[in-house]
Design a protein. Structure first.
Length: 460
């Protein structure tokens, strides 16, 4: 049996002892202090040596087993594996798969949670994608298997009845918003949420449309504040980005009624609609009125933006124009990501992944809420997605918190870039705190640092 390297557990820390222990063992396996094949002490022996309960050591081992850093051999013991390979007992590369302890903790919003992605399922999907014959003439609408998988996904997770023929593959939401915005008449005015998603707004402006900013309050986009004379309205009704509220039922109906009456397209960015943790989501706009809504979904939040894959559902006339433009210009979204997503969906791996993802993000969200509340700065936002907003009293505090956290290795975003445009009612200053990107252990480490930074900010 291998000697476990000295482990310094901090009993006064907010990070659970089991997380600290898993952290230390993982680091030892990553830096070579523990080597592949080393046998770990039993949970009982280690608990005795560290003077902690066996629940702590068992939870730490479970975590390492789940991540693939260790493997259990029945009746023999628990052994160190070369590198983390979640979902598989076998190491693929003998290199550390998680950042070293002192590295940056990524708490900016936007990145997906890759820790829970089953690497075996992921490899299987890529193999299946490669086993299929190459396409000699890719259809501009996208891979038929992908479009069918998306139609099933939309029905199951978003309550939208759409056939595969209604779905177009895209290269992700920003690219798809650009495609649609390019088809608007020159000089069109497009309303966007303020604060809102910078990339989509930049995209709309880039194709030559005039951007009109419209405020957001606790019921989402203020529909009454939309001016007349618009060509389209871009919005995030399921989980407003960045403030994290959803568009109320009354506002949904009012928005669609005006869109019908005034001839607007509604661009519904459903970037993380699958990730709702309390009640069932409100009906998506496209389900309420498919005649005026263009619905955008993406694999960026539920899987990874590196797939470069998303989808849209649009009224038939717009779909035809999009396809005609793709054909005329020879532009179409890449097939590889579509094939991979279709393969993941076909064997049930996508559904399993979504269940695991939701379970993990619920826990992480709770860790975040508890940490920032304990520091005297309760978070805001619906129980959904992978980020929350932590309001702060003023811009100086926000700047100070960002700088102090960065100095201690925690990367955070502030509401600063939106500040000038934030209407009364929404928090003007604060943090946009993402909790999907880091490992769970790094999240706990980052939250510990953030808590002390926020406490210090409170006593300023
Ligand atoms: C509001 C919003 N929409 C869409 C996306 C995803 O965009 P894409 O599919 O272009 O990666 C993101 C990702 O961060 C987002 O925050």
């Amino acid at each position: 049996m291998t000697e476990v390297p000295p482990v310094a557990l901090d009993r006064g820390s907010a990070t659970p002892l089991s997380v600290q222990l898993a952290d230390a063992l993982r680091e030892a396996a990553a830096n070579g202090t523990l080597r592949p094949g080393d046998r770990l002490p039993s949970t009982r022996e280690l608990a005795g040596a560290l003077r902690v309960s066996r629940t702590v050591t068992a939870a730490a081992y479970d975590q390492l087993l789940a991540e693939g850093w260790a493997e259990a051999r029945r009746g023999v013991g628990t052994f160190v594996v070369g590198a983390a390979v979640p979902g598989s007992a076998a190491p693929i590369v003998p290199a550390p798969a998680v950042p070293a302890r002192r590295s940056l903790v990524e708490l900016r919003a936007g990145s997906p949670c890759l820790e829970v992605l089953d690497r075996a399922a992921w490899r299987r999907a890529w193999r299946m994608a490669g086993d299929r014959e190459p396409d000699s003439q890719p259809e501009p609408a996208g891979d038929p298997a992908f479009r069918a998988a998306v139609a099933a996904h939309l029905l199951r997770h978003r309550g939208l009845t759409a056939g595969p023929e209604d779905v177009l593959a895209t290269a992700g939401t920003s690219a798809a918003v650009a495609e649609v915005a390019r088809l608007l008449p020159p000089g069109s005015r497009v309303a966007v949420e303020s604060p809102g998603y910078g990339r989509a707004i930049a995209t709309i402006r880039e194709v030559g449309a005039e951007v009109v900013r419209v405020p957001v309050d606790e019921d989402g986009l203020v529909v009454e504040a939309l001016p007349s004379g618009l060509a389209a309205v871009y919005c995030t009704p399921a989980h407003q980005y960045p403030l994290g509220r959803r568009l109320s039922a009354a506002r949904r109906l009012a928005l669609l009624a005006r869109a019908r009456a005034e001839g607007w397209r509604v661009l519904e960015d459903d970037y993380d609609g699958e990730l709702r943790y309390d009640v069932a989501p409100l009906p998506i706009l496209a389900a309420l009125d498919p005649g005026v809504v263009v619905h955008f979904g993406t694999a960026s939040k539920i899987l990874t933006p590196t797939l470069g894959t998303g989808w849209l559902v649009a009224p038939p006339d717009l779909r035809e124009r999009l396809l005609a433009r793709r054909t005329a210009t020879g532009t179409r979204p890449g097939r590889a990501g579509q094939r991979v997503l279709a393969a993941l969906a076909s064997g049930g791996d996508l559904a399993r992944h979504l269940r695991r993802l939701r379970r993990e993000l619920v826990v992480r969200r709770q860790l975040v809420l508890s940490a920032v509340a304990a520091a005297g700065h309760p978070a805001e936002g619906d129980p959904a997605g992978a980020h929350v907003v932590v309001p702060l009293p003023d811009a100086d505090t926000e700047t100070a918190v960002l700088a102090a956290a960065a100095a201690r290795g925690v990367a955070l975003d502030g509401l600063g870039p939106y500040r000038a445009r934030t209407p009364a009612g929404g928090p003007a200053d604060g943090l946009v705190l993402g909790f999907a990107a880091p490992s769970r252990a790094d999240l706990c480490r980052g939250l510990e640092i953030l808590t002390s930074v926020l406490r210090a900010a409170r006593s300023r």
